[in-house]
Ligand binder design. Structure first.
Ligand code: 5GP
Ligand code: ZN
Length: 118
């Protein structure tokens, strides 16, 4: 699996930076966001370093599909499966992507309001 030695999420995957992991399997890991925007705010990341959706290729499909399987399980274990939640993937400057290791935000625990600000 590719990794970037300077990437904060690759370091979390490798256990070199601590994070509160809520799910892990052979392809993905999920951990609490360090600056939660909502009562439940989990980041679900592939273990392989993929910088953004702009770098996605067909060989990533199994790994990226697993993000959704993990999201479903994280939603259940964090108690938001029935009340609802939002899955979000920021890509590039206009979306405010801060960490260039592809990741899915799982946000929930309260009504989330409009999808985007006007
Ligand atoms: P983005 O804006 O790239 O979609 O989201 C990056 C997210 O990663 C932000 O919500 C930020 O709070 C979170 N984050 C950045 N560095 C760390 C870290 O070292 N640990 C954890 N748990 N989250 C981080
Ligand atoms: Zn990485």
């Amino acid at each position: 699996m590719k990794r970037d030695p300077n990437c904060v999420f690759c370091k979390i995957v490798a256990g070199e930076i601590p994070a509160k992991k809520v799910y892990e399997d052979d392809l993905v890991v999920a951990f609490n966001d360090i600056h939660p925007r909502t009562p439940v705010h989990v980041l679900i990341v592939p273990k392989e370093h993929i910088p953004s959706v702009n770098a996605v290729a067909p060989e990533h499909e199994t790994m990226l599909g697993r993000l959704f399987t993990a999201a479903r399980q994280v939603a259940e274990t964090t108690g938001v499966a029935q009340t609802g939640y939002r899955l979000l993937v920021n890509t590039g400057p206009h979306a405010g992507q801060e960490v260039y290791h592809i990741h899915m935000h799982l946000l929930g625990g309260r009504p989330l309001g409009p999808m985007v600000a006007r």
